[in-house]
Design a protein around this ligand. Structure first.
Ligand SMILES: *Cc1c(COP(=O)(O)O)cnc(C)c1O
Length: 358
């Protein structure tokens, strides 16, 4: 039975990534051994790691002078590793939600944090503007969250700041072109749009490292992982493999421009229905609407029907649309691997539910 999977993360993977990963679990690269049981030091696995980092570079046009890493600990460990490695006296953060707030709180362990802008006043329903010119050039870096998974807001362009720029791109990396040269560091937990849970992609400009004086534990130091090619200790081999296959799929389909067009088209279909349907309304400011996580609620007079709609959708095999508790309502995650057919199934469910209740 076909399920329409809208979970925010871990989320749907392409059939290609699932099938090739399942095969590798049985017999990895013709070795006669499972991917789960083979040493990460074999040439076969080395090839997986090298190909995965090369493909990140190719898909995102990563310039010379940057390293691509596959680490563990999720995006949450990056909330700590970034200030550990880069924060000298103070750093600047833009607060656009729960994840940005966690990053801010971790940063406070390492120095002064300037929260230059925040959208907390309106439950993080928009992206703050006009703060770029107020960045103190002496700040160690500026940290943003490019797509706010819980609130469905997204930066539509890479900000220009007079300091190093760091971005948590956990829920939109590979969905749109990114000018990597504008960033000192980009990170993303893989389980949303890069592959399987357990791996975290980090893209870091080499020359920004080694500037702080504190002692950094070896495993938390980016240079360690750069020197060891992401194999300082045992990497999450299965997760990295699934990332490689997911990225290969993006390349097969035509690369990032194509991913971006598809993401915009799928999101637009759903937003058009939210705006048309008398039962529902979007929660994010229109100009900041994410094309990855689409958040909507029922209009006040129909609020009591939210759980009914959830059941109604579930009966049609539409899964994972319950909104995060801090927003309520619904959230449909439409990452790269989401099928247009599933988006259409959700739209039809919204239309049929409207016919029953209006
Ligand atoms: C999911 C998510 C995180 C947390 O990721 P973990 O890998 O669970 O640590 C952080 N930031 C954003 C934007 C997310 O979507």
């Amino acid at each position: 039975m076909k399920k329409h999977n809208f979970y925010a993360g871990p989320s749907r993977l392409s059939d290609f990534a699932l099938k090739t990963t399942a095969e590798a679990i049985q017999d990895f690269a013709g070795t006669g051994i499972s991917l789960l049981s083979i040493s990460h030091r074999t040439p076969e696995f080395q090839d997986v790691m090298d190909s995965a980092s090369e493909l990140v570079k190719e898909l995102l046009n990563v310039p010379e002078g940057y390293s691509v890493l596959f680490l563990q600990g999720g995006a949450s460990l990056q909330f700590c590793m970034v200030p550990y490695n880069l924060l000298d006296k103070s750093a600047t953060y833009i607060n656009t939600g729960v994840w940005a707030t966690s990053a801010i709180n971790e940063g406070k362990c390492f120095g002064e944090i300037v929260e230059l802008a925040s959208s907390k006043d309106k439950n993080f329903s928009y992206i703050p503007r006009g703060w770029e010119s107020q960045v103190d050039p002496a700040t160690s870096y500026v940290h943003i969250t490019s797509n706010n998974t819980i609130y469905g807001t997204q930066y539509k362009s890479d900000p220009n700041v007079p300091a190093l720029l760091v971005s948590d791109m956990s829920s939109d990396l590979f969905s749109r072109p990114v000018d990597v040269s504008k960033y000192a560091l980009i990170y993303a937990g893989a389980q949303k749009n890069v592959g399987a849970a357990g791996a975290t992609v980090v893209i870091v400009r080499n020359d920004v490292l080694g500037k702080v004086n504190r002692c950094i534990p070896k495993i938390l130091k980016y240079q360690t992982h750069i020197e060891q090619g992401s194999m300082y200790n045992t990497p999450p081999t299965l997760a990295v493999y699934t990332c490689l296959k997911t990225l290969e799929r993006y390349r097969q389909l035509g690369g990032i421009e194509v991913m971006h067009q598809r993401a915009n088209a799928k999101a637009q279909m759903l937003y058009d229905e939210i705006d048309r349907n008398k039962l529902f309304k979007g929660t994010a400011a229109i100009e900041d609407r994410s094309n990855m996580n689409i958040c909507f609620v029922m209009n006040e007079e129909f609020k009591d029907k939210e759980s009914l709609f959830n059941d109604f959708a579930q009966a049609r095999n539409i899964l994972g649309i319950k909104g995060h508790r801090s927003v309520g309502g619904f959230r449909a995650s439409v990452y790269n691997a989401q099928r247009e057919e599933s988006v259409q199934a959700l739209i039809t469910a919204m239309q049929d539910f409207e016919k029953r209740h209006i």
